[in-house]
Design a protein around this ligand. Structure first.
Ligand code: HEC
Length: 136
């Protein structure tokens, strides 16, 4: 996963602290920290995007927390995406396909296709978001 969504912010904080401890010219230090903070802001903006996409398009069924503990979720017997077993059974390729093409069961649509609504990049972001639900 290369888009930084899975990255916790804590390592960034540790890194900044480490840099502050290194002996170097203050200006260099400030530049390094500013650079890192910029990166961290970028991550959180991306994370917000994913959360927003999810909350607006997916949460009605899957729940904001991915547990599927919603009226639609119960009716459609949606799996708990925080369950490591569910996560293990789901490949990125399958998740991408499900989001793009939708899911039908006995030729009845269960989840609609989002391939026309979202770009490949957005779908990638959503797959990463689905992964982020996995409980540790
Ligand atoms: C109308 C309700 C509904 C909405 C809205 C919805 N889904 Fe689903 N989704 C389902 C159902 C039903 C399934 C099939 C049951 C299951 O796998 O949990 C499913 C399955 C999935 C799966 C496969 C899970 C697995 O373990 O096989 C993924 C990934 C997924 N949805 C992602 C999304 C994303 C991303 C969005 C928003 C863009 C979304 N869903 C919106 C109902 C919905």
């Amino acid at each position: 996963m290369s888009n930084g969504l899975m990255i916790d912010k804590k390592p960034a904080v540790l890194l900044i602290e480490a840099i502050m401890r290194i002996k170097m010219k203050p200006l260099v230090k400030i530049t390094a920290v500013a650079f890192l903070l910029g990166g961290a802001l970028c991550w959180s903006a991306k994370a917000d995007d994913a959360t927003q996409l999810w909350d607006m398009n997916c949460a009605a069924c899957h729940g904001k927390d991915g547990k599927g503990d919603t009226m639609m979720g119960h009716r459609l017997q949606i799996k708990d995406l925080t369950d490591p077993k569910v996560q293990a059974a789901l490949t990125d390729a399958q998740a991408t396909k499900d989001i793009k093409d939708g899911i039908t069961e006995n030729s009845r649509p269960k989840m609609k296709a989002y391939g026309n609504k979202f770009s490949d990049e957005q779908i990638k972001t959503l797959v990463a978001h689905v992964r982020s639900f996995k409980s540790k």
